[in-house]
Ligand binder design. Structure first.
Ligand SMILES: [Zn+2]
Length: 393
């Protein structure tokens, strides 16, 4: 891209050269977040949107055009020597030219898209730092010197400045993750295989050892996340909704026979809570009053359909596995997830599954520290499930 302030054209937007000489060390498919302002131009086609100037001002500005900010620089470049702004501009649909309003635009407005162009100017002489005709922008060999990141810190649509947030810009590259794609294909392919578990085998190829390792890891991780989601949903349905139904049935004095037979443990738990809640508030026995208090709270929780995440993973004072852990155990999957440090009990040759009594669905009291590690693993994955964005906005 070649900046040009003196004449009508700012620059011409062209595809980036793939930099084939750089293969294989410098990958040609460079992420847009890693691009520099000197190689990557950004034009915002405005359409019906309103332009919101960034809220930082130089002196007493009244014209939105004067809104500016200090674009993030590359290492070793002084932030305060440059000014960045969104400049009103027009993009030629056919040539890729970006220009300010001029006679060409006036002549054939149908050939031009109106919008804003992201520019970084040197404070000293107001020249565009991507202008290859300015001596100050070139190194000894006549190449443009990279100074700034390509993605603008501020958004022309809402004026927000993302400079000091994690991503540094509200514009992001968008692509499909490699592992996710493979996992999706692998999963769907496995569904097409015969029901007999022994015949279901899938081999995934890759021509690179590193890719193969990454795919294997990615498939395992994504599969675990999917499992966790499924187990969580079914647990919430089974436990929460059924308990809520049982409370309703018992409180209304309806026939609860069916629940007692199909969901005995939930039924007896709710039944006991309801009985306890009927203890007299002024009972002289403080332990009874305490039980009453506790049961009233737990019934309220059930009615409001509230579940403590902790209760799904950890049960107090018992070796019995909490609901999520139990579901994983039944499937023969490590509840802590695929992380390497959770596969073997530290300082021993015993694998993770020696932590469990599969018959009784309980923890063997082998190693309490490692128990906590596994539970923490489940928690971390759960947290990711709840809060990790599916897309990266
Ligand atoms: Zn925005």
């Amino acid at each position: 891209m070649a900046g040009d302030l003196g004449t009508a054209v700012y620059c011409e937007l062209l595809p980036i050269s793939p930099n084939i000489e750089g293969i294989p060390e410098k990958t040609p498919a460079k992420l847009v977040e890693k691009r520099t302002y000197q190689e990557y131009g950004i034009f915002w086609p405005q359409g019906d949107q309103e332009f919101t100037p960034h809220d930082r001002t130089r002196g007493e500005w009244t014209v939105p055009m004067d809104a500016w900010w200090r674009q993030s620089t590359l290492e070793g470049v002084n932030l305060t020597d440059y000014t960045a702004q969104w400049t009103e501009a027009y993009l030629n649909k056919y040539s890729g030219d970006v220009a300010p309003y001029n006679l060409d635009v006036e002549d054939k407005p149908e050939n031009w898209i109106s919008g804003y162009f992201f520019r970084v100017l040197r404070d000293l002489d107001h020249s565009d730092v991507a202008d290859s005709r300015m001596q100050a922008n070139l190194d000894d060999f006549g190449n443009l010197v990279d100074t700034h990141k390509a993605l603008p810190c501020t958004c022309p649509g809402c004026g927000v400045n993302e400079q000091y947030r994690a991503k540094g810009s509200s514009i992001r590259g968008f692509r499909t993750g490699f592992a996710k794609t493979t996992q999706l294909f692998a999963k769907e392919l496995v569904y097409q295989l015969p029901d007999n578990a022994k015949q279901r085998k899938l081999v995934v190829f890759s021509d690179s050892r590193e890719d193969a390792a990454q795919i294997a890891n990615g498939i395992e991780r994504n599969h675990f996340t999917d499992l966790l989601r499924e187990i969580l949903i079914s647990e919430l349905h089974n436990n929460m909704l059924i308990k809520a139904k049982i409370v309703a049935v018992l409180e209304n004095g309806e026939d609860a026979n069916e629940f007692e037979q199909l969901h005995a443990s939930q039924f007896y738990e709710v039944q006991e809570a309801i009985e306890d809640s009927k203890i007299n508030v002024n009972d002289p026995n403080p332990r009874k009053r305490q039980r009453r208090e506790k049961s009233v709270q737990s019934i309220a929780k059930i009615k409001n359909r509230i579940v403590r995440v902790n209760d799904l993973v950890h049960l107090l004072n018992t070796h019995e596995c909490a609901p999520l852990i139990r579901s994983f155990i039944q499937l023969g999957v490590n509840p802590g997830g695929p992380s390497i440090h959770l596969q073997n009990i530290p300082r021993s040759n015993n694998p993770w599954f020696s932590m469990f009594d599969f018959e009784g669905q309980s923890w063997t009291n082998d190693n309490v520290e490692f128990q906590d590690e596994i539970k923490r693993g489940t928690f971390v994955q759960l947290a990711a499930c709840f809060w990790e964005p599916i897309l990266f906005p």
